[in-house]
Design a protein around this ligand. Structure first.
Ligand SMILES: [Zn+2]
Length: 132
């Protein structure tokens, strides 16, 4: 199991891969997930912007899509780091609403969100997900 520090460090490193030529705001994410066999793995992602802004994807969803497409569909924790590209993170970068809804689909009951200043329970940040 990855520690809180290991996950957050992975998110910080991922900021270096951010493609944020429009916003200049780089974000990195690291999600620890488990598959049906009980294997745990960390998936990382960064924000990837596009000139058609609607095609832009956040770091959290990049990592989430990598996890789910590899069969890791239960998320235990997600770390997020963000800030002006090339600068240290100054304050917490919270997941946006779309990413919270997206991750809610796969969130373990005790999933944690790890930010610069500390750790939150997922359902503390997003208590009511949309569901069919
Ligand atoms: Zn987002």
């Amino acid at each position: 199991m990855a520690t809180t520090g290991e996950l957050f460090s992975a998110a910080v490193i991922m900021r270096e891969y951010s493609y944020c030529v429009y916003s200049r705001f780089s974000v990195g994410a690291a999600i620890e997930a488990v598959n049906d066999d009980g294997d745990r793995r960390v998936f990382t992602g960064c924000n990837v912007e596009n000139s058609s802004f609607g095609g832009t994807i956040c770091a959290e969803r990049t990592a989430a899509v990598k996890a789910v497409s590899a069969g890791y569909t239960t998320f235990l924790a997600a770390a997020v780091s963000g800030g002006i590209a090339g600068e240290e993170e100054k304050s917490d970068t919270f997941p946006c609403g779309i990413c919270l809804q997206f991750m809610a689909e796969f969130a373990a009951p005790d999933m944690r969100i790890i930010l610069k200043s500390g750790t939150y329970r997922f359902d503390e940040l997003f208590p009511n997900k949309f569901s069919l």
